[in-house]
Design a binder for this molecule. Structure first.
Ligand SMILES: [Zn+2]
Length: 282
């Protein structure tokens, strides 16, 4: 029986996130393919330490810590601690998975990416996997879903930590992964899926900064020309603003011109005195 859309995805913070990420909003993403439900975070004081002979939390520990969320087809835990063997995501049994922000968080902060980009990118991978296997997401030990080449695809393996950045700003599905989607119940919605992925953007300011950095990398002379031209433009703008704001000065009077009313003549009387016009006040 085809899996109805949207897939209900329960997100649960496991313990707590570092202070920088504590106020993240994860429920606002609109998708035709999944609906996010935020569960109450697991209490951090109940968390055991990882085994001493492991480099982080093991699958066995995660299986015990993350219970399926009621009413959710997929349960995804978000953990700000290391996973064993340096993974950032593990698929568990029973349509559960854990995403770790531990390794990538400093990279995201340093490069101006939002943590939501990382979470949504992984949620799409899990939801597509869930649909591809007709509602039975295979565990990481059962099946590898990602591919080794880095293509900016949500199924990139990302063996090097920095490679994850290729699929956090307008990620896509590569040709091979699109073929997988064409075999699922959402084959007719591939275009919609691609457009939703393209909406996972870096903040506009960070995109602009990246664009400028790329231009300067390609044309180093811009690093000199742009500040000089920018400084000139700012100077001109400041001068124009000053001229516009300063009080209007009285125009120079030509020699021999008739005195206007109110002007003091050589005998100490004003034109108004001679003509009998009333004196102006002020
Ligand atoms: Zn791919």
């Amino acid at each position: 029986m085809p899996t109805p859309l949207p897939v209900t995805v329960g997100l649960q913070i496991m313990g707590s996130l570092r202070p920088r990420f504590q106020n993240i909003e994860l429920g606002g993403w609109s998708s035709l393919f999944f609906e996010i439900r935020i569960a109450e975070a697991l209490p951090e004081d109940l968390f055991p330490e990882p085994p001493k002979d492991a480099t982080g939390y093991t699958d066995a520990q995660l299986e015990a810590l993350l219970a399926p969320l009621p009413g959710c087809q997929l349960t995804i835990g978000i953990l700000d601690a290391a996973l064993d063997d340096g993974y950032y995501m593990r698929r568990l049994s029973g349509n559960r998975a854990v995403i770790s922000t531990h390794e990538v968080a400093p990279l995201l902060i340093d490069r101006g990416y939002r943590i939501q980009n990382f979470i949504y990118r992984n949620v799409y991978q899990l939801v597509i996997g869930f649909l591809r296997f007709e509602g039975q997401l295979p565990s990481t030990t059962e099946r590898k879903l990602a591919h080794t080449p880095t293509r900016g695809c949500v199924f990139d393996w990302n063996g090097n930590r920095e490679d994850i950045l290729n699929s956090l700003d307008s990620p896509t599905l590569c040709a091979a992964c699109r073929e997988h989607v064409r075999l699922t119940v959402v084959h007719h919605l591939l275009g919609r899926l691609m457009s939703e992925l393209a909406r996972i953007w870096k903040p506009v300011l960070m995109r602009a900064a990246g664009w400028i950095r790329n231009k300067v990398d390609k044309h180093p002379w811009l690093a000199i020309i742009v500040p000089v031209v920018g400084g000139l433009v700012l100077n001109l703008a400041a001068s124009a603003l000053y001229d516009w704001l300063k009080p209007a000065a009285a125009p120079p009077r030509p020699q021999g011109q008739h005195h206007a009313a109110g002007h003091v003549s050589s005998d100490g009387r004003t034109e108004a005195d001679r003509t009998g016009l009333p004196r102006r006040r002020g």
